[in-house]
Design a protein around this ligand. Structure first.
Ligand code: CDP
Length: 234
């Protein structure tokens, strides 16, 4: 008897829709790996900022990408992000990276490289991968695709709470502006824009709790034949 296939669960959506919390918890309950692709774009952005690399297509970008490694290392409930071996987990959530990431993420060379890394991570299945283009570009054949969204005001207040809980000084208006700007940049770019895959199940999380969201995703996975143990059920 062959083992049942391990699922790829693709979770896409804009910032603050609850992707990371949902992906982490679904992965934990189903015994899968959590892959936060936004953290990978953030780590590359930090490298560009530190090395003064302008986010325009060309040789410096190509060269930089050849020399960068980004690793996601599970640690308890968290996912540590290593940039060339350095732990940058907290650093990549700071304002300078927030402001620059969408300009870096729209570069074709950056997307090519990261999509290649991400497909390698998804190749054996058994992952919950979250981002903007997982269901449309990175894993278009993923059997389970979910698109999480919520009103901007709701997403901005969630993000502000998250930042405050981390001890950051929070200006609600600038959090809202950052999300709105990234929404526009991510949804209108030429390559891999933020749009739901045609076969994704869309979930408005504005009035859902995290528990609701997690259960909804697990229900969708079950309906496709994947049980909590990570393999196909029955
Ligand atoms: O955590 P948050 O929702 O704020 O954003 P993120 O998931 O960390 O992603 C940061 C940025 O990376 C996004 O605003 C996109 O510009 C880019 N991104 C992308 O282009 N494609 C992905 N698959 C994931 C992130």
């Amino acid at each position: 008897m062959t083992d049942p296939p391990l699922p790829v669960i693709a979770i896409d959506g804009p910032a603050g829709a609850g992707k990371s919390t949902t992906a982490r918890e679904v992965a934990r309950r189903m015994g899968l790996c959590w892959v936060d692709t936004g953290a990978m774009y953030r780590a590359v952005t930090l490298w560009f900022l530190r090395h003064g690399i302008e986010p325009v297509s060309g040789e410096p970008v190509r060269e930089a990408l050849g020399g960068i490694s980004v690793d996601l290392v599970p640690e308890g409930e968290a996912l540590r992000v290593l940039l060339c071996g350095e732990d940058v987990t907290e650093r990549i959530r700071q304002a300078d990276v927030n402001r620059a990431v969408s300009r870096v993420a729209r570069l074709p060379q950056v997307r090519d490289a990261l999509v290649r890394w991400q497909r390698r991570l998804a190749a054996r299945g058994g992952v919950v991968m979250e981002g903007r283009d997982i269901g449309t570009v990175v894993c278009p054949l993923a059997p389970v695709k979910v698109f999480l969204y919520a009103e901007l005001t709701t997403r901005a207040s969630r993000r502000a709470l998250e930042l405050a809980a981390r001890g950051d000084v929070v200006d609600g208006e600038s959090v809202r502006r950052d999300l709105a700007m990234r929404d526009t940049a991510d949804s209108t770019r030429d390559i891999a824009p933020l749009v739901p895959a045609e076969d994704a199940v869309s979930l408005d999380t504005s009035n859902l709790t995290i528990e609701d969201q997690v259960e909804a995703v697990i229900r969708i996975a079950r309906a496709k034949g994947y049980g909590p143990a990570g393999g196909a059920s029955d």
